[in-house]
Design a protein around this ligand. Structure first.
Ligand SMILES: [Zn+2]
Length: 244
């Protein structure tokens, strides 16, 4: 893949990211109602329709300029920051999504997606960019390792994407739980669970696996941070309570 090219792109975007820090947080909360239109929010129109109760047909996923970075392997520094399973994820207002898609054929798809502070999230981008079409005759085993669990909007988009597709099995391993104290976010996770999506919190071993599989690791091992296991147990307990 065009690694060098995407690395340049990444650097450029980082600068933008500093300026727009917290914007995504805002947009996650106010999707569909951008304040004074000062910050165009991705597909705000679609969100507004959903907010009006128009959730009948799955919204056609036609997306304007996609603020999504795709690639083969993540920058190690970005991984160590974005995937750290701290309790308070200050400054981590984007989602990294590493994926594996096994459809029973010889070709295993793998890579990662990284979203920006405004615009569509990586979870949605997966179904648009990585798995836009699927063959009903095949069985898909899809595994995601995400820096944080899906927000409410993404949870319902994933549920929609999985609807009626019994041949797609999705497992999501999340480093952190995103806004897990919010009742509606909890409802979103329950809906995902109900839709047959396997939801787990990343264990220390999962971090090592993700590092080996999706990071430009230069053949170095990942030194897990001190409280990795404690934090895993913390989030694991919260998720079990939510899904019980
Ligand atoms: Zn989201």
């Amino acid at each position: 893949m065009a690694d060098r090219k995407s690395a340049g792109k990444r650097k450029e975007r980082k600068e933008v990211a500093e300026v727009t820090q917290d914007k995504k947080e805002e947009s996650r909360q106010n999707k569909g109602a951008p304040a004074d239109g000062d910050q165009p929010v991705g597909n705000g129109e679609t969100e507004a329709n959903n907010a009006n109760g128009d959730t009948s047909g799955v919204e056609p996923i036609e997306l304007p300029p996609f603020e999504i970075i795709t690639g083969d392997r993540i920058d190690p520094f970005a991984f160590k920051f974005q995937f750290k399973n701290v309790e308070y994820s200050s400054g981590r207002n984007k989602t990294f999504l590493c994926y594996l898609v096994d459809n029973g054929t010889d070709s295993l798809m793998r890579g990662y997606l990284e979203d920006e502070h405004a615009g569509p999230h990586a979870e949605e981008a997966f179904f648009v960019q990585i798995l836009p079409d699927y063959d009903p005759a095949l069985k898909y085993t899809v595994t995601w390792y995400v820096s944080s669990s899906p927000c409410l909007a993404c949870a319902s988009k994933i549920v929609d994407a999985l609807k009626g597709k019994n041949n797609i099995k999705l497992s999501i391993f999340a480093a952190r739980l995103f806004e897990w104290e919010e009742p509606e976010v909890q409802a979103g996770l329950k809906a995902l669970h109900g839709a047959g999506c396997k939801l787990r919190v990343m264990k220390p071993l999962d971090f090592s696996y993700t590092w080996e599989t999706f990071v430009e690791n230069d053949d170095c091992d990942l030194n897990l941070w001190e409280d990795c296991k404690d934090n895993y147990e913390y989030y694991q307990e919260k998720l079990a309570d939510i899904l019980q």
